[in-house]
Design a protein around this ligand. Structure first.
Ligand SMILES: [Zn+2]
Length: 424
């Protein structure tokens, strides 16, 4: 009777629990804050040095000329590739190494990587150095298990995810790095029993209304840009918000409030700035507003933009003096992988095996690097799966549960093995 090879793999991973914790701590200690993109190079080189002895060919890719890339802050990505014993598919794990600002409210040093009560704390512990450590240990365990491994295993540590991914996955995708890849797992913190198959899209835009300056005591001599903006916000309230709330997607987005189209007003700036605390006694000649519209897979960017422009155009024809400009800031298409595709199916089967309960399929309300792999890399079979509680990402005292790291490493190892053998 042959032993269950999965049990062997599980034993190897469990035996490396402490090693996985130390790896996560080592990664957290690099203060890879973005912006500006601190310590990218040493962090990427650390990952490369770690993987080389396991049979990986390691390459460093500097995203020269992308936003923020300077000699002081080079955008350095690491891609490690290990060819197996025979031809077969390529399974790629992608983790971003950048983290957001620490912010206020920490009760400990965010880069000390404190271990307490079964948790590793630190900026990036949850999003997503815990996931990257779990993926690395999963792949190493798979290699060291002595199992026959056809195909290719890849691990990339990429930068700038938190600022749009242009110096990271987008750069690699544009240069064909994903053309040889068949399946991608991104260990973002989406909880250990959930398979994230995609995310909503984004449109950020700035709207500016114009007016005419005059003395504040004689506003009838000017034209108030803030009142024009208020008229636009009225239209949003009256015409657009009810429509958005009525739209519901088939994407399994969590939390469920995000299954509707949403629009946030990020900021409004109107009128003259205060000088030394003294408000300007003037009629505002300009008002700017930044909107954050999140779109569903059923919506197109064109229709989403057209809806806002139509409201503005209505005001041009109905409201005296109304003049505006609409400027795109940033946009991302929604993306969703097939939940019956190989990577989603094999990961869900592995979750069932490891956790003893069915996987939940979800989509993320915000975006991550899957958009670039799908839209630029033209690779559909991509999911996000990893340890960590999504709500903790970007918060003070962010942590990852060590048990979750171990369980997710088992899931990733099983899923990768199935994918390499084409048996997913
Ligand atoms: Zn992340």
């Amino acid at each position: 009777m042959t032993r269950d090879p999965s049990e062997n793999l599980f034993r190897i991973i469990e035996a490396r629990r402490e090693e996985m914790v130390e790896l996560a701590r080592d990664l957290i200690r690099f203060p890879t804050i973005n912006p500006p993109g601190e310590a990218y190079q040493p962090c990427a080189e650390f990952i490369g040095r770690r993987l080389k002895p396991h049979g990986f060919a390691v390459e460093y890719v500097r995203a020269a000329g992308t936003p923020g890339d300077t000699e002081r802050y080079p955008r350095i990505n690491v891609v490690a590739r290990r060819k197996g014993s025979a031809a077969g598919p390529c399974v790629h794990f992608n983790g971003h190494i950048d983290v957001v600002q620490t912010g206020a409210g920490w009760t400990m040093d965010p880069f000390a990587a404190v271990v307490k009560d079964g948790k590793v704390y630190g900026r990036g512990a949850c999003d997503m150095k815990g996931g990257l450590a779990a993926a690395i240990v999963a792949v190493e365990a798979l290699i060291d298990s002595g199992a026959e491994l056809p195909g290719t295993l890849e691990i990339s540590g990429t930068v700038d995810e938190e600022s749009g991914g242009y110096g990271g996955v987008h750069y690699l995708a544009e240069r064909g790095w994903y053309s040889q890849v068949d399946h991608v797992i991104i260990p973002e913190p989406l909880n250990v029993d959930r398979v994230c198959i995609g995310h909503r899209g984004v449109w950020w835009a700035e709207i500016e209304t114009h007016g005419r300056m005059a003395h504040g005591s004689m506003p009838f001599l000017g034209d108030c840009a803030v009142r024009h903006m208020n008229a636009f916000i009225d239209r949003l309230e009256r015409d657009l918000y009810p429509k958005l709330a009525a739209r519901r997607t088939d994407m399994p987005v969590v939390p469920s409030g995000a299954r509707h189209s949403t629009l946030n007003i990020n900021s409004i700036h109107g009128g003259q700035a205060e000088t030394l605390g003294f408000p300007a006694p003037c009629v505002p000649d300009s008002c700017r507003m930044v909107i954050d519209r999140r779109l569903l897979i059923e919506e197109s960017l064109d229709s989403v933009k057209g809806e806002v422009r139509a409201l503005l155009e209505q005001l041009v024809s109905e409201r005296e003096g109304f003049a505006y400009e609409l400027r795109d800031i940033f946009e991302v298409q929604p993306t969703m992988a097939d939940r019956d595709g190989p990577v989603a199916r094999s990961t869900a089967a592995a979750i069932q095996r490891v956790m003893g309960r069915p996987a939940e399929f979800i989509c993320s309300p915000g975006t991550y690097d899957q958009k670039h792999i799908d839209r630029v890399g033209k690779l559909k079979d991509c999911i996000a799966y990893g340890p960590g509680i999504l709500d903790l990402a970007h918060q003070p005292d962010e942590y990852v549960l060590i048990d979750d790291m171990v369980n997710s490493a088992k899931v990733m190892a099983l899923a990768a093995r199935a994918l390499l053998h084409g048996s997913a």
